[in-house]
Design a protein around this ligand. Structure first.
Ligand SMILES: [Zn+2]
Length: 121
């Protein structure tokens, strides 16, 4: 593991994330799907967008996927979002990217848990 990778893990650790090395580094792993022997269509189709990808386990045991590309078009992000929505996954974009701060941005994929409906009083 390179120094850069170790620094990345340390930076994510302060965000209460630890590497989930038992899982595929794949957005679909967040939805409980695993590659069989070949990368899935998401990992193939969006390989350049999903740069510096990793899969993490949060303190509460939930799985999240991150990628930290240098740039992307709005269309690439929109297409990834549309594909992942079909798996009930949510895509979040943030500037809090520890890979190369200031030069990359972070794409986070989480389960899209429905917001509880408000009860009518
Ligand atoms: Zn995949």
């Amino acid at each position: 593991m390179s120094n850069h990778q170790q620094q990345h893990i340390n930076a994510m650790h302060t965000r209460q994330l630890t590497p989930a090395d038992d899982l595929d580094t794949c957005p679909l792993a967040v939805a409980g799907e695993q590659h069989t022997d070949e990368p899935c269509f998401i990992c193939t189709e969006y390989a350049s967008l999903l740069d510096h990808a990793r899969i993490w386990r949060r303190m509460d045991g939930r799985i999240i996927y991150t990628a930290e590309p240098y740039e992307a078009t709005a269309l690439e992000i929109a297409e990834l979002n549309a594909d992942l929505c079909r798996y009930q996954l949510r895509v979040t974009i943030t500037g809090d990217s520890p890979w190369n701060p200031g030069s990359t941005f972070r794409i986070t994929v989480t389960e899209d848990t429905p917001t509880p409906k408000k009860e009518i009083q």
